[in-house]
Design a protein around this ligand. Structure first.
Ligand code: ADP
Ligand code: MG
Length: 614
């Protein structure tokens, strides 16, 4: 807790958006349940899906209330009481290695940010399945919980009361709160209200004293000394006048718009960026690398908004094979359905922050105006339109990534652009390399897993090579540099570029000016088992059997004259160790190398496998 508080201290503001985001999640949950059972919403005010903020200046209390799903006693213990949640250590670790504090919301520890501003926190919560309870804790790591018999009944939902620290008094100022909500929570899908003071004009009978115009004087001057001076006018007609009075009322702070439902033409770049930040719970300065906002029409109609984040999430590949979590937020008619819905995007695209709204009009699952009561995750999961949607989403996502490269002046594909065109693209400079560093592995996993889109994905592949001079090259670029008569695309695998540069396998190839791709990521070995060819060119691992470097007339003679040696050698090494011993033209300085068979593992792959089993 101390580490979290200290590391976030300069960033105190974030507590509010974390609480609002929790309130919004809780409201999403109850709204989702209400799809199948209206009863859960209750009646009257309890059914209002909104967030309310109240300030008590005197007592320095800030409270945030939602009518979301609420928490049972058990939930309170489990969700708020256990600081040793898995996200905590991940977050703390990240902080200590200089991570981005703004990402706290992604680690599932957002609630604890309340202690940045409060030294005592009460959480009052009512869940449909339990009585109302109060959870309370000072920032000391312990908490108390009891059945609530003294607060006003909440109906349903949660109220969080922050007893602010002295240094955090600013958070009972209305303007401060309004600014923060505007800044961080503009795109929350539920109305956020502040119990705010407001100056209103009210008509009151004109004061007898014409000269006293301001309201303070009005209240404090019922003195009779001045009466005589105004007597005449007062007697003619009873007058009214307008005065300012202060009242308190609920003021709506956000305008609850669903950006993805609007026409892309009407949404500004700034709005996309801000929306992305709230969606991704990432409030750093980085813009998303790209986005794609579109409407699909035809058998299945839907709208979607996809984002490529500026950075890969901390656990993107850690959880790749054992988690089903996609970043897809699925809404049906603006009702949030799920963000654990992995049927719509393949795993390798799970890095995309996606917001997706769709409705299906082919089976009447969702009719034009109202949601049927039986929409459930299970039903959607089995719906036949999913395949079509998935196909379109993948296509759009890959298009978006391709465009990212096409707009980057550093990219090979843009070599024919004029200087003018390039300077117009200047702000996109280096964007694709950035994408590649963050998400290149996803593209490779895609090539492995998605046979249908393999070629499209291969186009997105980047690598260094013997000719790339420290930059990233593409397969198209490689092909453009192929020597006349060169049939195959050459590559070599290993643990680093530095190691590969010294490899004897490259000696002769570089001497003859062939380009060889360096593949240095362990996943590359798997990748190359799936990527057999590209644009009719085969891939050839230069450390494997089968390397052909054009015709060599001397080779046949050499084979003949050294036959005795190669036969002897083969016998000298036992047959278990080598398949064959051959004269080859692949070397220039090194006398001999061990080459692996065409379909077997490369030496590098052997190494990888060994390190995995150890
Ligand atoms: P996260 O929101 O990422 O799960 P938090 O630390 O912000 O992590 O919140 C922890 C958990 O506490 C939430 O997952 C949720 O179950 C519960 N919670 C927090 N605030 C609320 C709320 N207003 N209503 C219902 N549950 C809540
Ligand atoms: Mg949260």
């Amino acid at each position: 807790m101390d580490i979290i508080i200290n590391s976030l201290y300069s960033n105190k503001d974030i507590f509010l958006r974390e609480l609002i985001s929790n309130a919004s999640d809780a409201l999403d949950k109850i709204r989702f349940l209400a799809l199948t059972d209206k009863e859960v919403l209750g009646e009257g005010d309890t059914a209002k899906l909104e967030i309310q903020i109240k300030l008590d200046k005197e007592k320095k209390i800030l409270s945030i209330r939602d009518r979301g799903i609420g928490m049972t006693k058990e939930d309170l213990i489990k969700n708020l009481g256990t600081i040793a949640k898995s996200g905590t250590s991940a977050f703390v670790e990240k902080m200590q290695t200089g991570g981005d504090l703004n990402l706290i919301g992604q680690f599932g520890v957002g609630f604890y940010s309340v202690y940045l501003v409060a030294d005592y926190v009460e959480v009052i919560s009512k869940h449909n399945d339990d009585k109302q309870h109060v959870w309370e804790s000072k920032a000391d790591g312990s908490f108390a919980i009891s059945e609530d018999t003294w607060n006003e009944p909440l109906g349903r939902g949660t109220e969080i009361r922050l007893h602010l620290r002295d240094e955090a008094k600013e958070y009972v100022e209305e303007d401060k709160l309004k600014d923060l909500v505007k800044k961080y929570s503009e795109f929350i899908n539920f109305p956020i209200y502040l119990w705010a003071t407001k100056e209103v004009d009210v008509e009151v009978p004109a004061d007898e004293d014409e000269s006293s115009e301001s309201s303070e004087e009005e209240e404090s001057s019922p003195e009779s000394t001045e009466e005589e001076e105004t007597e005449e006018s007062e007697e003619k007609k009873p007058k009214t006048k307008t005065v300012k009075e202060t009242t308190t009322e609920w003021e709506l702070l956000n305008d609850v718009k669903a950006i993805w439902l609007r026409s892309p033409k009407e949404v500004t770049e700034e709005e996309y960026t801000k929306f992305y930040h709230s969606l991704a719970k990432d409030f750093g300065d980085d813009k998303p690398l790209s986005w794609s906002h579109f409407t699909a029409e035809g058998d299945v109609e839907f709208k979607a908004l996809l984002f490529v984040p500026p950075k890969a999430p901390h656990d993107l590949y850690e959880s790749y094979y054992n988690s089903n979590k996609s970043n897809l937020k699925l809404y049906v008619r603006r009702v949030f359905i799920s963000d654990e819905f992995d049927e719509l995007l393949p795993k390798y695209l799970s890095f995309l922050k996606v917001l997706d709204y769709y409705f299906m009009n082919d089976k009447g699952l969702v009719d034009s105006d109202t949601l049927p009561l039986n929409v459930s995750r299970e039903m959607l999961q089995q719906h036949s339109s999913l395949k079509t949607i998935k196909k379109k989403l993948i296509r759009k996502a890959l298009d978006m990534i391709r465009k990212l490269a096409e707009e980057d002046p550093d990219e090979y594909s843009n070599k024919d652009k004029t200087d003018e065109e390039k300077s117009a693209m200047e702000e996109k400079k280096g964007q694709y390399a950035k994408f590649w560093n963050e998400f290149g592995k996803s593209v490779k996993l895609g090539i492995i897993e998605d046979a249908t889109n393999r070629n499209r994905l291969a186009k997105l592949l980047r690598f260094e090579s013997t000719k790339s001079e420290g930059k990233l090259a593409s397969l198209d670029e490689y092909i453009s540099r192929m020597k006349p008569g060169q049939k195959d695309i050459f590559y070599i695998t290993g643990s680093s570029k530095e190691q590969l540069e010294k490899s004897p396998f490259l000696e002769r190839l570089t001497k003859k000016n062939y380009e060889v791709i360096y593949f240095t990521d362990p996943v590359d070995e798997y990748l190359m088992q799936y990527l057999m060819d590209y644009e009719d060119k085969k891939f050839q691992n230069v450390s494997k059997e089968g390397l052909k470097l054009g015709k060599d007339s001397k080779l046949k003679d050499l084979k003949e004259s050294f036959k005795e040696l190669t036969d002897w050698w083969k016998k000298a090494l036992d047959t278990e160790s080598v398949d064959s011993v051959k004269i080859s033209n692949r070397l220039s300085d090194t006398p001999c190398v061990v080459v692996t068979s065409k379909y077997g593992w490369s030496a590098n792959m052997e190494k990888i496998m060994q390190s995995q089993t150890l």
